[in-house]
Design a protein. Structure first.
Length: 263
């Protein structure tokens, strides 16, 4: 079996997320279709992160494995030939950035050490970037949002920010967040977060909650209590303030010492 590590970017606005689904157009589905047409045989595709419908990626990482069916393939193309060949078959809003042959044991999700996401909030209406931002019309206290974002760093129980009761499913809601910060760039408020992994809709619910802090509807102290004691009642309900997918980007994936950061 031959295995490649693929780094790709995509505009997720027209897709039902990364993961392949029946009767839905997805990023992984388009990638599989293009790869199988190029190689003329079945392939296995696996991504480092399962981005939701409407979410974008600046540097998603996936593994591509050739099916062993039919024996060992002959005349395997070089990585740059695979990159150009698959890109020629992909829609214009999905683009391979890099193709690297790796050992067969490589797994894009299991081998990842951390993932980073970027969320873009716009403080004004834009004629060009509507698909890539969340336009918040209210005036936001960026300093308060930044103070609240600092509280996210560390090992916390993010059950309050998960879409479903993962504890009931036997999964841990403990996540180690390496960094979380608010920055500004002109009319944009940028939220960057890096963690070992993320719960379903966790980033979007954190962003929505930070915006409530910025609006002055929730105090930094209330936000802190929700991070530190998620089981306690709070005036903030992250599920009701989930940020839209349009402003969210998978920014980079980091692997161990033998793997360099892709961003």
């Amino acid at each position: 079996m031959r295995t490649w590590k693929i780094t790709l970017e995509y505009d997720g606005a027209r897709y039902s997320g990364w993961q392949e689904q029946a009767n839905a157009r997805t990023i992984a589905g388009e990638l599989r279709k293009a790869a199988e047409d190029f190689f003329q045989r079945q392939v296995e595709i696996g991504g480092a992160g399962r981005t939701d419908a409407g979410v974008h990626a600046l540097a998603q990482v996936a593994h591509l494995k050739l099916s062993p069916r039919g024996g060992r393939p002959k005349n395997i193309p070089r990585p740059h030939e695979i990159l150009f060949g698959i890109n020629d078959r992909l829609p214009s809003d999905i683009n391979l950035l890099e193709v690297e042959e790796v050992p067969d044991r490589f797994h894009a999700r299991h081998d990842a050490v951390s993932r980073s996401y970027l969320y873009q909030i716009s403080t004004r209406r834009s004629a060009f970037s509507k698909k890539y931002v969340w336009w918040v019309k209210d005036r936001l206290d960026v300093n308060a949002m930044a103070r609240a974002a600092e509280l996210i760093v560390g090992r916390h129980d993010f059950a309050a920010f998960s879409e479903r009761d993962v504890k009931r499913d036997g999964q841990s809601t403990i996540v180690v967040v390496d960094s979380a910060e608010i920055a500004t760039d002109g009319h944009l408020i940028l939220f960057h977060i890096t963690a070992s992994h993320f719960l379903w809709k966790m980033v979007r619910r954190l962003v929505g909650s930070l915006v409530e802090v910025g609006r002055g509807k929730v105090s930094v102290e209330d936000f802190a209590r929700l991070i530190e004691q998620p089981s306690n009642k709070s005036p903030l309900d992250p599920a009701r303030v989930t940020a839209p997918p349009s402003g969210l980007f998978l920014e980079s994936v980091v692997y161990g010492p033998a793997r360099q950061k892709h961003s």
